[in-house]
Design a protein around this ligand. Structure first.
Ligand code: GTP
Length: 265
């Protein structure tokens, strides 16, 4: 009996001890957070977020997503900070934002545009991609596009406007994702300042990881406003990238079929 009791009670005791130690870890974490919050008082929110990123040795280039380091509700604070600094930029440009009715709220408009719209792919989590099993063992070429691309170059923060076509060759082990998810994923990757060459590679990497197809192809053509609106002012010049992976790289017939079927006109 005694032995039985001991046997039955031991795991409970261990579990209780574990739960107590887990609770103390949570408490310590909470205490650390509170201390961090106290220490952070008066520190710009961007610096607080940056410290969290640096503590994890993570990268925060213009084309990186940093959503994991942003706590709920902080994007509003980030907009306030950007708006304040944008106001400084307008003042340095010697624009009378007090009396010019058109630029009165420009700093906040621009801050919202950056954080909530055109660079939003840096600050929010990846869209959920519902995956379906390839029950019918589809092994035919799928083409999605043209998907509208709105991005910006990291050099001048000028718009990049273009289109993307995605080709996928699945096999029985591949996952299928809903058609809209190609557009959602593209938008999430593109809504960041970047260079076109890196953006298409990142998109191809993600599609490979999610779908595990035997081939993936991405073609993007885009206008760069940093070349049209300013700089060389070359209105008609575009950049076209083609990323071919797996079967698209090995099989020239498949590559030709994909390129022939996308209508780039
Ligand atoms: N490779 C690449 N270059 C880009 C992209 N978007 C913009 N650029 C170029 O980035 C370059 C930045 O060049 P810099 O010489 O540092 O800047 P700049 O003096 O303003 O250059 P100009 O545009 O020639 O007036 C420019 O040539 C842009 O055309 C892109 O997606 N990929």
């Amino acid at each position: 009996m005694t032995t039985k009791k001991t046997i039955h009670q031991a795991p409970k005791k261990v579990a209780a001890k574990r739960s107590a130690s887990a609770k103390s870890v949570v408490k310590k974490d909470l205490a650390k957070k509170l201390v961090a919050k106290k220490d952070d008082a008066g520190t710009p929110l961007s610096v607080v977020i940056r410290r969290r990123i640096e503590a994890q040795n993570a990268r925060f280039h213009a084309n990186d997503n940093i959503a994991a380091f942003i706590e709920p509700g902080e994007l509003e604070g980030l907009i306030d900070e950007v708006a304040q600094k944008m106001q400084g930029v307008l003042e340095s440009l010697v624009i009378d934002t007090e009396n010019d009715h058109n630029t009165k709220n420009t700093s906040r408009r621009v801050a919202k545009m950056y954080v909530q719209e055109v660079f939003n792919g840096r600050y929010v989590d990846q869209p959920t991609l519902t995956k379906f099993p390839n029950v019918s063992r589809l092994n035919e070429l799928m083409i999605i596009g043209p998907i509208t691309v709105r991005s910006a170059c990291s050099h001048h923060l000028c718009p990049i406007m273009g289109r993307i076509w995605i080709g996928v060759l699945p096999n029985k082990g591949s996952a299928l994702i809903g058609l809209s998810k190609y557009s959602r994923l593209t938008e999430w990757v593109m809504c960041r300042p970047q260079i076109q060459e890196e953006a298409v590679v990142e998109l191809a990497d993600m599609l490979e990881k999610k779908i595990k197809p035997i081939g993936v192809a991405v073609v993007m053509d885009a206008d760069h406003f940093c070349m049209q609106w300013r700089g060389v002012k070359d209105r008609d010049s575009k950049m076209i990238n083609s990323v071919m992976r797996g079967a698209f790289l090995r099989d020239s017939n498949l590559r030709r079929e994909f390129l022939a079927l996308i209508d780039r006109k």
